[in-house]
Design a protein around this ligand. Structure first.
Ligand SMILES: C[S@@+](CC[C@H](N)C(=O)[O-])C[C@H]1O[C@@H](n2cnc3c(N)ncnc32)[C@H](O)[C@@H]1O
Length: 259
């Protein structure tokens, strides 16, 4: 069986280091979960460490037909659990009717889109362990007042506690990516729904961070028009606000817009 030919447009960088592969799989923590979904298994470097664990059933979703054929031949025990589809388009609601965790060395070019899908299905996904571009991993886990703290940090941390676990250099991949990688674990927090108008919260966060160096009074002008929110928080920059403070700000803006 020949190796899969790496395709750049699919973000294929295959992990060669088995110790790192095992370390990523060992980073899963969720207990009492019967289903694991791996995104982008490629040649199965993570899958091979998932399969022996009989406390859950492993399913994989892979867009590349060559990788799918490889996986079918190499892991016959995965029969019926290889989904040859685009994760971004696949209707996850028809896959499991119970909670499941996600694991994967994600294709870096679509990692943010994957995270927004996770948010859509967050009720069913208590945990995600993944390798992504280091810079994105830092943004996901950044706390207020850090340079990396931004839209992704606030939107994801509204529902997940995110731990940056470790950094991986390019030399352990074939072909090596141009960037460093980072592994994170996302554990869902107790927030099921935000205590505010959620679409407005997303707009406030995105509009605020569009001009992150400006105070919110200036950066939110496009959202507020002629309306003025006379509040101390408007003198701050978006990176200074915690998730909870963004929620409170959203409620004040919501009340103002409703007047
Ligand atoms: C960085 S590689 C990781 C491969 C393998 N897990 C490893 O660690 O060696 C990303 C994988 O995601 C797959 N992929 C890319 N886009 C995808 C999509 N939209 N849906 C599902 N899989 C995708 C690629 O074909 C590739 O196998």
């Amino acid at each position: 069986m020949g190796n899969v030919r790496a395709k750049k447009n699919l973000g294929q960088h295959f992990l060669k280091d088995l110790n790192i592969a095992k370390k990523i799989v060992d980073s899963l923590q969720a207990n009492q979960i019967n289903k694991v979904l791996e995104i982008g298994p490629g040649m199965g470097v993570l899958t091979q460490y998932l399969l022996p664990n009989k406390s859950f059933e492993t399913h994989v979703v892979e867009i590349d037909t060559e990788s799918v054929a490889y996986l079918k031949e190499k892991y016959p025990e995965l029969d019926g659990r290889i989904i040859g589809e685009d994760f971004l388009r696949y209707d996850l609601s028809k896959l499991f009717d119970e909670p499941f965790v996600i694991i994967g060395n994600f294709p870096y070019n679509i990692s943010s889109q994957i995270f927004f899908r996770v948010l859509d299905y967050r009720d069913q996904i208590p945990e995600v362990v993944c390798m992504i571009q280091k810079e994105v991993a830092e943004r996901m886990s950044a706390k207020p007042n850090c340079k990396a703290y931004g839209i992704l940090s606030v939107l994801m941390q509204a529902f997940y506690n995110i731990d940056y676990l470790f950094t991986v250099g390019p030399e352990v991949f074939n072909p090596p990516p141009k960037v460093n990688s980072g592994v994170i674990r996302m554990s869902r927090n107790t927030t099921t729904h935000l205590e505010c108008n959620e679409p407005l919260f997303i707009r406030v966060v995105k509009t605020g961070f569009n001009q992150r160096r400006k105070t919110l009074r200036n950066s939110l002008k496009s959202l507020l028009g002629d309306l003025k929110l006379d509040d101390e928080v408007m003198g701050q920059r978006p990176e200074q606000l915690s998730v909870q403070e963004f929620v409170e700000l959203t409620n004040k803006i919501d009340a103002l817009l409703a007047k």
